[in-house]
Design a protein around this ligand. Structure first.
Ligand code: PEP
Ligand code: MG
Length: 327
């Protein structure tokens, strides 16, 4: 099967009925960019910038950040790289960042992390914004914000980056030819205000790892809960279905960048909901592309509609059966 996936590398990611599905990879290290060529992906759909902060003994300075972003962009060439601003804090605590006593957290995943922390400590965010803008000079810069819970947080983060852009512009620095802004949907509350958020974003990326943990109130890392809630549960799929349709109504591109998309059956279900962009772990690109090339998107879409409308309890079993019957 390995040879099969190597052969898959240069084939287009298109369903049997001609629907193009963008396959991007999740990355976080300089070396990860090489995976793009190895697996034949369309770009980096999630670059976790906090990795550099986590592996560093001291706070990475702006120049150091900029070098990393530039290297990744160079390796990606014409392919897009979506940089996610730092998702630190909570359980991804940095040893060199001083915490005060009142910062103890019982629930770090729901705590002072990601955009929440970045907006409060905006020096960090400003430095990162400048590093990204300068690294992407002459290219399109894609930037997205993690753990957006309310539209105004996105607005504030975007304004902060825009302010840095104007600052650089005033100093005649070379800038990106365009900046495209996205929000991650991983806090369920955001789904209720998409009508407010979507007109303001260029794209939406669904982080199913955190989203499912918050939808089911089940710790994503808890071994006793790992098997309990299925990504193919009707609650998650109905939730995603609604989000996808709202994005379509607003003509905003929507993708999935959680681990869910890297599993073939789950990826098939997502395509059945209308998702046309997945960002997944590089090792999954071959298997998922093979699945994409084998299915009829319109058939999967009709099947998903039946299962969701019918309130099917075991969607995993039904999808498995369906796939086995056809192939
Ligand atoms: C997610 O939450 O689904 C996600 C992609 O972000 P991370 O796994 O880095 O929290
Ligand atoms: Mg997340």
């Amino acid at each position: 099967r390995r040879a099969e996936f190597v052969a898959m590398r240069d084939l287009p990611s298109v369903t049997a009925d001609g629907q193009r599905v963008e396959l991007m990879v999740n990355a976080g290290l300089r070396e990860d960019a090489q995976a793009l060529d190895m697996v034949g992906a369309d770009g980096i759909g999630l670059f976790r910038t906090e990795f550099q902060f986590l592996v560093s003994a001291t706070l990475p300075q702006r120049e150091k950040q900029q070098r990393l972003y530039k290297d990744v962009l160079d390796a990606a060439g014409d392919r897009p790289v979506i940089f996610r601003t730092v998702d630190i804090g909570g359980d991804k605590a940095l040893p060199y960042m001083q915490r005060e006593d009142d910062e103890h957290e019982d629930n770090p995943a729901m705590g002072w992390r990601a955009l929440r922390l970045a907006l409060d400590r905006d020096g960090l965010m400003k430095a990162q914004a400048r590093a990204l803008l300068e690294a992407a000079a002459g290219k399109i810069l894609y930037v997205m914000f993690p753990m957006v819970s309310e539209p105004w947080e996105y607005e504030e983060a975007r304004a902060l980056v825009e302010h840095q852009r104007e600052w650089l512009l005033a100093r005649k620095k070379k800038l990106p030819i365009a900046v495209r802004y996205g929000a991650m949907l991983e806090v369920p509350a955001l789904a209720e205000v998409l009508d407010i958020l979507l007109p303001r974003v260029d794209f939406l990326s669904i982080g199913t790892n955190d989203l499912t943990q918050f939808l089911f109130a089940a710790d994503r890392a808890h071994p006793k809960l790992a098997e309990r809630y299925d990504w193919l549960s009707i609650a998650i799929l109905r939730f995603l279905d609604r989000v996808v349709r709202t994005c379509q109504a607003h003509s905003v591109p929507v993708g999935v960048c959680g681990e869910m998309g890297g599993r073939t059956l789950e990826a098939m279900a997502l395509i059945g909901l209308g998702i046309r962009r997945l960002s997944i772990t590089p090792a999954s690109v071959g298997p998922v592309k093979a699945m994409i090339r084998a299915i009829d998107a319109s058939e999967v879409q009709a099947l998903m509609r039946d299962l969701l409308d019918g309130g099917e309890r075991d969607i995993r079993a039904r999808l498995t059966q369906w796939a086995e019957d056809r192939h």
